[in-house]
Design a protein around this ligand. Structure first.
Ligand code: KDG
Ligand code: MG
Length: 405
């Protein structure tokens, strides 16, 4: 069997997704997600212009060889664009291998190591009442773990708050023109957030798993203070407390707090987190199938993490397509050191464009029993949603300085 061809499909049902469809000479197809929020066309071009021409005639079964061929062969290794492109090929080949074997992909990864994949949703509010309602709504939908985000008094629009965020559905990237510019003040945020968790615990008690995302906006000592101030509220994790490039930053945070730390949604390879894992500076690694080189490479990252007692906590926001969520659930079900899976709700039209077998039930995700990944793409429907540019916001401090995230 040989790969006959591969096709890059760009569609924008509510938001843009870049999908690679690989087809063998026996008509077996596999899908991979190559969506890089706000930079989608860069990966689409990398695939179309530089990767697809290399795939025809290759043996689809040789997944690892193809991975190495595209990674080492690129000479210019790593980076978000390259690794999203390699990820899409890798995931599509796992999908094909599962279909040829007549098995769901998790069976090829060693079978189910648990009965379901614990998932968390996004609750947020411009004010406390809206936030508490949002948590209530997530509990009613069956979530057993909820990420808590709140607006900060005195700061206008901040990331992940407002719009239909309370429903857990919001689109990080805004369409129509330049990136929005939002004002950020870490000291105002640090004064406000511990009180929010106090109120959420008062209302929902000690058992509910609560998560929080600082979106990489704090200095190491600010992150240490936040971690310490949140200790009384027993968080499941504090995510992306400091900018991700600086692996040493979390060493200082670790010295001051026992609040579990998670990081990694922007990581593209094991090299981005090797020291964090080896020094056990984090408790959860958030790398995703779509951005960290696919199932083959993410499995390697999780393998190293397991050695150091670090669990998985993969990114699963709306800018990762159902193809990535399917691959994530298969991998999550099979790895020994699974922690939790992010599960942001997609707009209903996305599920129509990408019909899929994985299901959220009673707090857990389940992959379904279909061979391969159990996800497909309705190309006719996808063609009705041509590409529309959209950008993530830019943060500026109150003095106008562009700030981290
Ligand atoms: O595109 C970026 C978003 O996916 C990200 O900012 C959302 O931080 C996020 C999360 O944890 O889902
Ligand atoms: Mg995050």
């Amino acid at each position: 069997m040989k790969i006959r061809d591969a096709e890059v499909i760009v569609t924008s049902p509510g938001r843009t997704f870049v999908t690679l469809k690989v087809t063998t000479d026996e008509g077996v197809t596999g899908l991979g997600d190559a969506t890089l929020n706000g930079r989608e066309l860069a990966v689409a071009s990398y695939l179309r212009d530089h990767v697809v021409p290399l795939l025809a005639g290759r043996d689809p079964h040789r997944i690892e060889d193809t991975w190495q061929y595209l990674y080492k062969g690129a000479y210019w290794r790593r980076g978000p664009v390259t690794m999203a492109a390699i990820a899409a090929v890798d995931v599509a080949l796992w999908d094909i291998k599962g279909k040829i074997a007549g098995l769901p992909v998790y069976q090829l990864l060693g079978g189910a190591a648990r009965d379901g994949v614990l998932a968390y949703g996004h609750a947020s509010g411009a004010g406390l009442p809206e936030l508490l309602d949002s948590v209530e709504q997530h509990l009613a939908e069956g979530y057993r773990a909820v990420r808590i985000q709140s607006a900060v008094p005195g700061l206008g629009q901040i990331y992940g708050i407002g719009g239909s965020a309370a429903s857990g559905r919001y689109e990080p990237a805004a369409r129509g023109g330049l990136p929005a510019e939002e004002t950020w003040d870490s000291r105002a945020y640090l004064r406000h957030i511990p009180g929010v968790f106090e109120k959420v615990r008062e209302r929902f008690g000690p058992g509910l798993a609560l998560l929080h995302d600082a979106h990489h906006r704090l200095t190491p000592v600010q992150a240490a203070r936040l971690g310490r101030d949140l200790e009384p509220y027993d968080l499941f994790w504090l995510e992306d407390a400091t900018p991700a490039e600086n692996q040493d930053a979390l060493r200082l945070v670790r010295q001051h707090t026992v609040t579990p730390l998670a990081i990694g949604e922007v990581f593209n390879s094991v090299w981005d987190c090797e020291r964090l894992l080896r020094e056990q500076l984090i408790d959860y690694i958030r790398a995703s199938v779509a951005h960290a080189g696919g199932i083959s490479h993410l499995r390697r990252i999780f393998g190293l993490a397991e050695v150091y007692g670090v669990k998985s906590g993969s990114h699963g926001a709306t800018d990762l397509s159902p193809v990535t969520m399917a691959a994530a659930v298969h991998l999550d079900l099979a790895i020994p050191n699974f922690g939790i899976q992010e599960h942001m709700r997609q707009e209903p039209i996305v599920a129509e464009v990408f019909p899929h077998a994985h299901r959220f039930r009673d707090g857990y995700l389940h992959p379904g029993a279909e061979p391969g990944l159990g996800v497909s793409i309705d190309e006719q429907l996808a063609a009705r949603y041509p590409y529309e540019p959209a950008y993530l916001p830019v943060n500026r401090l109150t003095d106008g300085t562009v700030h981290d995230w």
